[in-house]
Design a protein around this ligand. Structure first.
Ligand SMILES: [Zn+2]
Length: 339
């Protein structure tokens, strides 16, 4: 494999650096014979979509290897080199990790759906009594995450706080993490009070809870685009009008707010960054939510010595002109030029 040389202004530090890449590792020691593949412009750690479901074309549709490969390829082509899949119709197969052309995946196994919550049969249907055991199983069988459907229809009860609390204790005990779908006042409150690791969507979240989220390290993945597109098409989304304000309040309180698209086609995280900006996040925080902030949250370092060699390069500064985000001039994944 050819060693690579890249030079540019590294975000978020805004310092010009030159890196030498040998295999899947970023270095700062010059490597003789390295091929220069980026010379100037702006360098970001590979983009991240923290909420995407590659592998199925829609609710109820089967999990399919070909769809999975195409979806992950669409992410990669948009510069998204790390994704978190908070639930899917099947567990992410091992060949994904072994394919150097595909983004890194942090998966949560199958959606965990208790009766009356979620699309029947699409996730893993379990009783509330079996939820703890199933959550531990999914977390252990995936990248350490599990995904619980914490509520569903607006007027139906959420997963009880006592059950969700037991899930969090059991999954944390094996070193795992818990992501919870929640979009009702009860569901979001239970998720925060149970101490989950991330609220997925988080509509109707009581802003009085954001300080607690910040203190206990609960992140918010507001998936604005998925709901905003619905609202703009005239479909009622309960809590949408207040969602922007809650997202801003969460960020201000110190909550980690992340970009997750939760929509198809894959590879549109730049659009979600646009939504985060509309919600008042500030361009730098919004871009970080789809890059360095999300990587750090997932335990993957940014552009530093010894880090995995995933980067995207732009000829304009994406924190000044975020419209460039989705079309990087150069994409390096696992130390190889892939775009
Ligand atoms: Zn989702």
């Amino acid at each position: 494999m050819t060693a690579l040389r890249v030079r540019g202004i590294v975000l978020p530090d805004r310092v010009e650096r030159t890196f030498w890449i040998d295999g899947d590792r970023i270095g700062t020691e010059p490597l003789p014979g390295a091929e220069t593949v980026v010379d100037g412009g702006w360098l970001l750690p590979g983009l991240v979509d923290a909420h995407t479901h590659p592998g199925s074309t829609g609710p109820g549709h089967p999990f399919d290897d070909g769809v999975l490969r195409d979806d992950l390829g669409a992410h990669r082509d948009a510069g998204v080199l790390l994704v978190r899949t908070p639930g899917s119709a099947g567990r992410i197969p091992k060949w994904v990790d072994d394919d150097p052309d595909l983004p890194r995946v942090r998966s949560a196994g199958r959606w965990l759906a208790t009766p009356g919550r979620f699309f029947p049969g699409w996730g893993r249907d379990v009783t509330e009594a079996d939820l703890v055991e199933a959550a531990v199983e999914e977390a252990a069988a995936s990248s350490g995450w599990c995904k619980v459907i914490g509520d569903w229809l607006p007027d139906d009860p959420a997963v009880p706080l006592s059950v969700l609390t037991a899930v969090v204790e059991a999954v944390h005990a094996i070193g795992g993490k818990v992501a919870v779908h929640c979009q009702t006042a009860e569901g979001t409150r239970n998720a925060v009070e149970a101490g989950v690791d991330s609220l997925e969507h988080g509509l109707n979240l009581d802003p009085a809870l954001v300080d607690r989220m910040a203190a206990q390290g609960t992140a918010l993945v507001p998936t604005l685009g998925a709901f905003g597109d619905m609202a703009e098409r005239g479909r009622p989304v309960r809590g949408w009008d207040a969602h922007f304000g809650t997202v801003g309040a969460a960020l201000e309180a110190g909550v980690t707010v992340l970009a997750g698209t939760d929509s198809r086609p894959c590879g549109t995280v730049a659009a979600e960054v646009g939504w985060l900006i509309r919600a008042g996040l500030g361009v730098e925080a919004a871009v970080g939510a789809a890059s360095w902030t999300a990587r750090e949250w997932l335990g993957v370092p940014g552009l530093v010595e010894g880090a995995p060699a995933d980067l995207v390069a732009y000829d304009r500064d994406p924190t000044v002109d975020p419209s460039v985000l989705g079309s990087p001039g150069r994409v390096v994944l696992r130390g190889r030029v892939v775009g």
